[in-house]
Design a binder for this molecule. Structure first.
Ligand code: PMP
Length: 285
């Protein structure tokens, strides 16, 4: 079976996987998720993703499922797919209950969905040219560190970016950058990396974390802290990080050219270092 789903105990073709209308994920977006990528037949940074999932589950109080169980299901679904380069989507919702806001019951059975699809990655051309981004006012809730399936503001922002011919929309809150609709962002200035610090205002991206660790090991200074819109515009380079994008150069912000207008040398260096680590499976904490 190539592209495949696991839903509540069954392995199915993705199109055949169906949830009841009263699933709280469908009704309220009451659930959390992860996206894991595989390279050369191995799930990259799986432990880190599972740790973040465990935290998301605990922060929203979804019980009745363990991450060990989720891990086993992911591994089994992935193996059955036989796909070497895959994108694995993992979603846990609170479960099925006639619609009412409070769930009240302590014995709800969460709905676990895993899908495995082939993944092409960022086209080479785009990786070489770099991408344009726009900025938008931050309108999301105050717990963006939880990887919740409630993504309406992210979806609307990404659509605006697409309509503007840009690759990504970056949220700005009180003059400071938070993150993209589905990516984290870094600026580079005088050989140093700057990125917003972890906290409730951003998702602690797995790729973000790996890039910071990798840079520090290579002696590249990294400052995690407030990053103003002006500082981003004045940076020598900027790049996005995410599981899908890896390390992707930004060449313009709101139509204003960044640095040389080309993917910068630090961005390339980090991208190449990242690919090298991927090849060697170096993803342990
Ligand atoms: N921020 C947001 C809002 C995201 O949706 C994502 C992608 N899941 C990221 C950052 C990047 O996270 P990761 O590196 O774990 O894919």
């Amino acid at each position: 079976m190539p592209e495949i789903a696991f839903l509540n105990g069954e392995f199915l073709p993705i199109d055949d996987a169906k949830v009841p209308v009263d699933d709280r994920g469908y009704q309220f977006g009451d659930g959390v998720y992860e996206i894991v990528k595989s390279y050369n037949g191995r799930l990259w940074a799986l432990d880190r993703h599972l740790r973040r999932l465990e935290r998301s589950l605990s922060e929203v109080g979804i019980t009745g499922i363990t991450v060990d169980e989720v891990r086993e299901r992911i591994l089994e679904t992935y193996e059955r797919s036989g796909i070497s380069r895959a994108l694995v989507y993992v979603q846990v919702t609170r479960g099925v209950l006639p619609r009412r806001h409070a769930w009240t019951s302590a014995s709800l059975k969460p709905t676990l969905l895993v899908t495995v699809r082939k993944f092409q990655g960022v086209p080479d051309e785009l990786r070489r040219s770099g991408v344009e981004v726009i900025t938008l006012p931050e309108v999301r809730w105050g717990r963006r560190d939880i990887k919740s399936i409630n993504l309406l503001p992210n979806v609307l922002a990404a659509q605006k970016a697409w309509e503007a011919g840009a690759y990504e929309a970056i949220f700005v809150e009180g003059g400071y950058i938070t993150e993209g609709s589905h990516t984290n962002i870094f600026a580079v200035r005088d050989g140093r990396l700057f990125t917003p610090q972890e906290g409730p205002h951003i998702l602690p991206g797995i790729t973000r974390g790996l890039v910071i660790e990798m840079a520090r090991e290579e002696g590249i200074p990294v400052e995690e802290g407030p990053l103003s819109y002006e500082a981003l515009l004045e940076a020598d380079e900027a790049f996005l990080t995410a599981t899908g994008e890896e390390v992707l150069g930004v060449v313009s912000v709101d139509g204003r050219r960044m640095g040389s207008g080309k993917v910068g040398p630090m961005t390339w260096r980090l991208y190449e270092m990242f690919v090298d680590r991927v090849e060697r499976g170096m993803d342990s904490p």
